[in-house]
Design a protein around this ligand. Structure first.
Ligand code: C5P
Length: 237
């Protein structure tokens, strides 16, 4: 049975590949993430297909611009009925606040449930050296907590963060806040370009509400068996 806390990243390039993966994983996965590499190629068709399959959708387009542009951009995406969408927290308080406000107003006008809005704190691919090279002197962890608190104050439902920061965010933002963690690697899996990683069970133990997993499932010899192993590990938490 699927676990709604597991979100599989559909980082493929065609509807054919989407259908193949979704069919292979069948009822074991109920939640999919559509990111920019897929959405920019195939557009809304992928969301219609996933809705038709009864799946939940996280539309991961990571908007980052001035407040009005981001808010209107999100409103323009609402006809796609994603369950979750996101913006970059580094766009600032005003941007997140305006986005949350306009999306909720539009949902009310349309008589639909507003999508969950979450903020990307710092990409999980960024490690300590990259961070310093970009000119930041504080610890990544400190900045992630700061972004999470700012996002919460601005009315976001949660954040995207590394599983390594989940427990500190949970402590800072309380029990209701969503913590969506990419950078999940089952023991022994390739790390790829991720840097601040954790296993599925330790991410959940640290307070993650959702796990985003891509390559460890897609690149597995048997993707369905990879999902089942992750689900078994999640069940124990
Ligand atoms: O293949 P992998 O499991 O690393 O996939 C992680 C997914 O999560 C990718 O689609 C990536 O874009 C996304 N993501 C991330 N780090 C963030 C936000 C999203 O890796 N901070």
């Amino acid at each position: 049975m699927a676990d709604p806390r597991l979100i599989v990243a559909l980082d493929v390039h065609s509807m054919e590949d989407v259908r193949a993966l979704v069919e292979t994983l069948g009822a074991s996965v109920s939640y999919y993430k559509v990111g920019m590499e897929l959405y920019y190629r195939v557009g809304p068709e992928v969301l219609s297909y996933l809705h038709g399959q009864g799946k939940s959708i996280f539309l991961d387009l990571k908007l980052h611009d001035i407040p009005n542009t981001v808010a209107e951009g999100l409103c323009s995406l609402m006809h796609l009925h994603a369950d979750m969408m996101n913006v970059h927290a580094s766009g600032g308080y005003e941007m997140m606040w305006t986005a949350a406000e306009k999306v909720r107003e539009q949902a009310k006008r349309d008589g639909i449930v507003a999508p969950k809005l979450i903020a990307v704190t710092i990409l999980t691919s960024i490690g300590g050296d990259d961070w310093k090279e970009m000119g930041f002197s504080q610890e990544i962890r400190e900045q992630v907590i700061r972004f999470a608190q700012l996002a919460q104050k601005a009315g976001m439902d949660g954040v995207v963060a590394s599983p390594q920061e989940a427990s500190a965010i949970r402590e800072a933002c309380g029990p209701e806040f969503l913590i969506v963690t990419p950078g999940i690697r089952p023991a022994g899996a390739d790390v790829d370009d991720q840097s601040r990683i954790a296993t599925p069970s330790s991410a959940l133990q640290n307070g993650a509400t959702h796990l985003v997993v891509g390559r460890p499932i897609r690149s597995a010899e048997d993707p369905k068996a990879a999902v089942e192993a992750i689900l078994r590990e999640m069940e124990r938490v």
